[in-house]
Design a protein around this ligand. Structure first.
Ligand SMILES: C[S@@+](CC[C@H](N)C(=O)[O-])C[C@H]1O[C@@H](n2cnc3c(N)ncnc32)[C@H](O)[C@@H]1O
Length: 201
């Protein structure tokens, strides 16, 4: 069912959905593995779709923690509301560009983990900056962020298609950025793991 909802929304608005199918459980596991979810008090998910990553986050999150989930698409938002009934979950039907206002409204002053599935390559540089500038005040030295990007991902710029590397953008906000490929997803994807401070070896 989630596949049908996802494909239908992707056809209507590929630019925002940025995928044709939900992520595989393998990609979800790779996105969650570097995050210390079981020790988090505040977790944030950016772009939940039909909730494959949300479900995986909730299985590890402590009972008293909160998971703030941003999803701009009203159909996905309603799908999430109908399929998740968990007191730790806060669903926000807002553009992530408003993240600072939305987190402050909920009296959140820091985030421990951030999982982002946003299609950053399909966004403008201004949108990308708004999102990460909005997130920056909540980052702490031990915050960890994961972001995925399809290996086939390209960007339209100055009338031409380019492959967008997320590294320069992520390095503006995070000192340490590591990536690995997850083949068991359609299409395969890089998972970037980012820390505000260098990791001890
Ligand atoms: C590539 S899909 C990933 C969905 C899901 N996390 C998964 O892995 O299957 C990206 C999701 O981000 C949402 N999204 C895109 N831009 C957004 C924005 N500015 N604010 C909030 N959600 C956004 C889309 O509606 C879509 O559900």
């Amino acid at each position: 069912m989630s596949m049908k909802v996802f494909a239908s929304e992707a056809l209507k608005g590929f630019h925002t959905v940025a995928a044709v199918a939900p992520s595989s459980v393998h990609l979800a596991a790779a996105m969650i593995e570097p995050l210390h979810v079981s020790q988090a008090s505040v977790a944030v998910e950016l772009g939940a779709g039909t909730g494959v990553m949300t479900r995986a986050l909730l299985t590890k999150l402590p009972p008293e923690a909160r998971l703030i989930v941003f999803e701009i698409n009203p159909h996905f938002f309603n799908y999430l509301k109908a399929h998740f009934d968990d007191p730790r979950l806060v669903l926000v039907n807002e553009n992530v560009e408003n993240i600072e206002t939305e987190l402050r409204k909920r009296r959140i002053d820091h985030v421990d983990v951030v999982l982002s599935s946003l299609g950053l390559a399909l966004m403008s540089e201004t949108q990308r900056r708004r999102i990460f500038d909005g997130l920056r005040p909540f980052l702490r030295p031990n915050t960890v962020l994961t972001q995925f990007q399809y290996v086939s991902s390209v960007q339209f710029e100055n009338g031409r298609l380019h492959r967008l590397s997320l590294r320069p953008l992520l390095h503006r906000y995070f000192t340490s950025v590591h990536s690995k490929i997850v083949w068991r997803n359609v299409p395969p994807a890089y998972v970037y793991t980012c820390h505000p401070q260098p990791r001890p070896h």
